[in-house]
Design a protein. Structure first.
Length: 266
């Protein structure tokens, strides 16, 4: 585990020199009624190989998360362990509002917060994705990744927008949120056996209590009831706290994603 974490820390400095291509776009969202910002990290081959199209990796909570995903994916690609991706760092002005599907009324949490995840998904689906697809050479294979409350958003997208993303990476998703509506809806979705063919990675660290109980119940339900074409990867990091589960799990998530994409002919 320590070796993997050292590798994760080192990749931030790998292949991010003069050849690196990063752009920032400001997009006014009619849906959100505000200006949004995204960071775009282009693959190293993008300029040279003008006929190639790429899958797109939407990383929630732009910043170091975007750098981590992009750097690790580049390092794996250099060893034939990942496909190149256009990596999009997605910003938000209010992450609880935009990532939580329901308004929390549990006094143990921030009461009155949340409820805007569907609107933010509308923004991604009808404004951001069309903009990215028009501006860059994409191939209609979209991946979304998020940690904690952004991981909850990923789980919500997994069951509520069946064809929006082809792969979902949820690191320590906050499925305890509110009245556990997202966990319940995701369970009901997989029990129905809907077959859409996608990839789901989830992990958890040392989180305990109700968060762990709700997470375990959700993932075990998915494991037992998933359709045959849902590729599921689950990780438990008993020695890693909540803050480190994205770094700890990213290597396994990207390796699993690559195997899934290879089976899809990518």
């Amino acid at each position: 585990m320590k070796a993997i974490l050292l590798l994760l820390l080192s990749v931030l400095s790998v292949e991010v020199g003069a050849e690196d291509t990063q752009l920032t776009h400001g997009i006014f969202s009619e849906i959100l009624n505000e200006k949004t910002k995204v960071t775009v990290k282009l693959p190293l081959s993008y300029k040279a190989n003008k006929n190639k199209t790429y899958p797109v990796f939407y990383v929630l909570d732009d910043g170091i998360n975007t750098e981590l995903v992009d750097s690790m994916n580049r390092r794996l690609h250099s060893s034939n362990g990942a496909n190149e991706h256009i990596v999009i760092g997605v910003n938000t002005t209010d992450r609880l509002r935009d990532f939580a599907p329901s308004v929390n009324m549990d006094p143990r949490g921030p009461v009155g917060e949340g409820g805007g995840a569907d609107k933010f998904l509308d923004y991604i689906e009808t404004e951001l994705m069309p903009y990215i697809n028009k501006t860059y050479r994409t191939n209609n294979h979209n991946v979304v990744a998020g940690h904690s409350i952004a991981g909850l958003f990923v789980v919500h997208a997994f069951h509520s927008r069946l064809n929006l993303f082809q792969a979902h990476l949820a690191f320590s998703p906050a499925v305890w949120w509110g009245a556990r509506e997202t966990a319940t809806a995701a369970q009901q979705y997989v029990i129905k056996g809907v077959s859409v063919g996608s990839f789901l990675y989830c992990n958890i660290g040392t989180e305990g209590g109700e968060m762990r109980a709700v997470y375990d119940n959700l993932t075990q339900t998915i494991l037992r009831n998933r359709s045959s074409d849902l590729i599921l990867y689950l990780d438990v990091f008993d020695n890693e706290s909540h803050d480190f589960t994205m770094a700890a799990g990213l290597y396994n998530a990207l390796k699993g994603l690559y195997k899934y994409q290879q089976k899809k002919g990518m």
